[in-house]
Design a protein around this ligand. Structure first.
Ligand SMILES: Nc1ncnc2c1ncn2[C@@H]1O[C@H](COP(=O)(O)OP(=O)(O)O)[C@@H](O)[C@H]1O
Ligand SMILES: CC(C)(COP(=O)(O)O)[C@@H](O)C(=O)NCCC(=O)O
Length: 306
């Protein structure tokens, strides 16, 4: 049954859980938020995301305390264990925007802590490798990710490895960027964003969610997500027009409606089935579900009871 184990809160209810205005966002940090997405609703930042940051702050505080208690019991030296937040949901639902927003807000509110963000897109096989494996049409599906490498990375983070490297994926070239890595160095909080963060891949015994301390599923109606997918595609097309290196460059040379028609076809034949068959079934494993309506406005927050 859907949402069997969740408390469901309207936006008003959720907003009222945290009214502390003692640390207001400065004009500079609001500008920073607007700079990466000028359509983001600042009202939602105030009503949804700032209470969420404070909720996370409480969780992290408890988590740190438990690490000390546990080390004490085991007569081990206490060490700082990174807190990992997973963010799941459909392609184009707004996972990376949510993740980046949380990062900006945590940097603001959790002074002095190192907040890092990675996307599991970096663990997709390269286009050449997908071709070799006959998986080009299955990009984004569970088998298109190097799950072993992703799990090893998360294990390294939790074990306190000082420096890690993550491959980088680019929507612009539609592939893993050759010879580029993202360095991750001793994070206090690591946000891991990706469609597969709540999945149980049949190839592995250990899952991403074994390493996450809190998980968020970003949710919306598939018809709306399709709109957002096509909007993002139009934005990518604009960027591609003057850039022959861009994967979408050839699309920018044909009439826009034709290009959008092709993107819609990709949504209907690849990303929507992936949502229905592999992503949506993981929703009820999340600790929190953030539900959005038109214009990405959040209308409900659901918290798993246990
Ligand atoms: N909260 C938001 N407010 C406004 N636009 C958003 C918001 N979240 C996402 N978007 C837009 O929706 C599209 C998909 O978002 P994105 O973060 O790239 O999704 P995902 O990482 O899930 O694929 C992008 O064009 C992005 O700018
Ligand atoms: C790289 C992705 C699997 C992940 O998507 P994201 O969550 O970053 O939007 C996706 O953008 C994708 O390329 N899907 C394959 C079909 C398509 O071109 O949309």
């Amino acid at each position: 049954m859907d949402f069997m184990n969740y408390d469901i809160f309207t936006k008003d209810q959720w907003r009222n859980f945290y009214q502390g205005a003692s640390v207001p966002l400065t004009q500079a940090s609001l500008k920073q938020i607007k700079a990466f997405n000028d359509r983001i609703s600042l009202q939602d930042v105030q009503d949804i995301y700032i209470p969420l940051i404070h909720y996370l702050g409480l969780l992290i505080h408890n988590f740190d305390g438990w690490q000390d208690t546990k080390a004490n019991f085991l007569r081990q030296e206490s060490r700082h264990v990174p807190f990992i937040i997973g963010i799941a949901g459909s392609v184009a639902v707004g996972k990376s925007t949510t993740a980046r927003l949380l990062k900006v807000l945590m940097n603001h509110f959790f002074g002095g802590q190192r907040i890092e963000l990675i996307t599991t897109d970096g663990f997709l096989y390269s286009t050449a490798e997908l071709k070799k494996r006959g998986l080009l049409a299955r990009k984004g599906f569970p088998e298109s990710y190097d799950m072993k490498a992703l799990i090893k990375f998360l294990n390294d983070v939790k074990s306190g490895k000082p420096l890690m490297e993550v491959p980088v994926y680019s929507h612009k070239i539609y592939d893993i960027v050759p010879n580029e890595v993202q360095e991750i160095e001793r994070p206090d909080v690591l946000i891991v964003e990706g469609i597969n963060t709540l999945q149980l891949p049949h190839t592995e015994q250990i899952y991403v969610s074994d390493f996450t301390d809190f998980s968020i599923y970003v949710d919306a109606r598939p018809k709306l997500i399709e709109e957002w997918y096509l909007e993002r595609f139009r934005a990518l097309l604009k960027l591609a027009a003057d850039d022959p290196e861009n994967y979408y460059h050839s699309y920018s040379k044909i009439p826009e409606e034709k290009a959008v028609e092709a993107a819609k076809n990709t949504w209907l034949t690849v990303d929507l089935p992936n949502l229905e068959d592999y992503i949506l079934p993981t929703r009820n494993r999340a600790n929190m579900i953030i539900h959005k309506e038109a214009q990405h406005i959040v209308d409900q927050v659901m918290l798993r009871k246990s």
